[in-house]
Design a protein around this ligand. Structure first.
Ligand code: AP5
Length: 215
């Protein structure tokens, strides 16, 4: 099974990708997380990417397409994957089609998580992320057991620079202008599935699993 998980910043893509991964034998690939990991490792790609990310801008298509291609072809070819946060532009979507053609495969579906702008800003404000393992928390709906400490690995929690209000505003504008048009692109292919993201984590997950069972 090969599918995308899409939606505006804070829709719950990463949270749901992690849940799906726990239920199915599937690899989750998040371009945002790959850039953050590369930055943490001192990799020049990550250092360059962070100059875009902190202000809420997109990393250029060429760099982004390259890291996805490397990931899809590293080790053995991946049989099952979720792409979280990629593609985000029409150019990236076309590049992904080309990559999948080369690998003689195709997408089974695109999950689009819908949330309102109010909720999106609130979620970004309340999100905390583990510096070490990337696990995500929400101060109200998914707080860590011990304040400021990751339940999974004991790492310190921090607020992402791009979760500051001005960056979120910019990310949302970019989403509307560059990423939202992709929904039409996938709808025309007949593989787009909308999911109501304004429910509990569990209910969003259940709706996603219902779609995946039918793919
Ligand atoms: P990325 O990390 O992918 O950021 P994003 O797409 O903006 O998405 P987020 O991670 O902010 O949100 P999410 O939808 O995963 O929500 P989450 O599950 O965390 O990318 C970061 C940056 O990298 C981009 O801005 C760009 O610069 C660059 N980049 C990445 N991919 C790129 C690409 N393809 N091209 C170019 N540049 C690229 O949830 C959010 C919060 O809400 C959490 O606190 C969570 O606990 C909470 N929450 C989630 N679901 C629920 C729920 N149902 N109820 C209550 N709370 C919930």
């Amino acid at each position: 099974m090969k599918f995308l998980i899409m939606g505006p910043p804070g829709a719950g893509k990463g949270s749901q990708a992690a849940r799906i991964k726990n239920h199915l034998d599937i690899t989750s690939i998040s371009t945002g997380q790959m850039f953050r990991d590369a930055y943490k490792a001192g990799d020049p790609i990550g250092i360059k990417a962070m100059t875009y990310i902190e202000d809420g801008n997109l990393v250029d298509d060429k760099t982004t397409n390259n890291i996805v291609w490397q990931r899809l072809t590293s080790d053995e070819q991946l049989e099952n994957f979720i792409l979280d946060g990629y593609p985000r532009t029409v150019n990236q979507a076309k590049a992904l089609d080309d990559m999948l053609d080369k690998l003689d495969t195709k997408l089974d579906g695109v999950l689009n998580i819908l949330i309102s702008e109010d909720v999106l800003f609130e979620r970004m404000e309340q999100r905390r992320v583990c510096k070490d393992c990337g696990a995500t928390y929400h101060l109200t709906f998914k707080p860590p057991i011990k304040e400021g400490v990751c339940d999974v690995c004991g790492g310190a929690l921090y607020q992402r620079q791009d979760d500051k209000h001005e960056s979120v505003k910019n990310r949302l504008e970019i989403y509307k202008n560059k990423t939202k048009p992709l929904l039409d692109y996938y709808d025309k292919k007949g593989i787009l599935y909308n999911i109501n993201g304004m429910q509990s984590f569990e209910n969003v997950h259940e709706d996603i699993m219902l779609v995946l069972e039918d793919l």
